[in-house]
Design a protein around this ligand. Structure first.
Ligand code: HEM
Length: 204
């Protein structure tokens, strides 16, 4: 692998990830029901179940891959446990959660670069949290204690944690090919997630 220093003029990994996923973000955000007048408690619960059905296998695959470049603090960034406790707060027990559908069409994590692309999407997805949390509290009375902790999973730490993640990303020396693998994985993460949510009939 070449270091970025040998790659003068090439976009940074972050720029490439942003450019490569911006339209996918806009498209998915538009289909998310958080701001729909029709979203009710039942739909919210189905949405959270679908999130869990994606994040649980996705995070398990990431951490089992042993391909995440050193420096990523998985233990403090794993989000499935928060989704699990939200589902408990909404009244589901472990057996009911276990019986829910789980996504099997996940992005391929066959290289460290692919892991970075997927992590970019999962970490970036925390950035909309504050606005989603406020909206769910106002509309459905859902907050961190009764099923909405995942929405703002990092709370007041969101900005700092995002900055730390960007530092981690900026320290990765990827050549152009590896950068492309990261972008492909990030794009695939968005599309796998959207397809999964669609199949669970929770999107607009
Ligand atoms: C209604 C749902 C969503 C809202 C309102 C939302 C909102 C936001 C906001 C406000 C930002 C920060 C933009 C900035 O500071 O420049 C952001 C960034 C981001 N979001 Fe979302 N988002 C939503 C859903 C998602 C989902 C479902 C994903 C992926 C699973 C996602 C992935 C990302 C990523 C990767 C970034 C980082 C972009 C960057 O590089 O700065 N978002 N989102």
């Amino acid at each position: 692998m070449l270091s970025q220093a040998h790659d003068v003029g090439a976009p940074s990994l972050l720029d490439a990830l942003r450019t490569g996923t911006a339209l996918l973000h806009v498209a998915l955000e538009k289909r998310m029901p958080f701001f729909s007048e029709r979203l009710d408690a039942d739909w919210y619960q189905r949405l959270l179940q679908a999130y869990h059905g994606f994040y649980a296998p996705m995070e398990a695959a990431l951490y089992a891959s042993a391909r995440i470049p050193n420096g990523f603090d998985a233990a403090s960034r794993v989000k499935t446990p928060t989704l699990l406790s939200d589902l408990h707060a909404l009244g589901l027990n472990d057996a009911a959660i276990h019986a829910l559908p789980y996504c099997t069409a996940l992005p391929r994590l066959d290289t460290p670069a692919a892991c970075l692309g997927t992590l970019y999407v999962l970490e970036g997805a925390t950035l909309g949290g504050q606005v989603l949390r406020r909206e769910m509290a106002r509309r459905l009375g859902i907050d961190a204690d009764n099923g909405g902790a995942f929405l703002d999973v990092y709370g007041a730490e969101t900005g700092r944690r995002w900055k730390d993640f960007l530092d981690y990303l900026g320290n990765q020396a990827l050549d152009a090919k590896a950068r492309q693998r990261a972008v492909d994985a990030a794009r695939s993460t968005f599309s796998c997630f959207e397809r999964w949510l669609d199949s669970q009939e929770v999107l607009l």
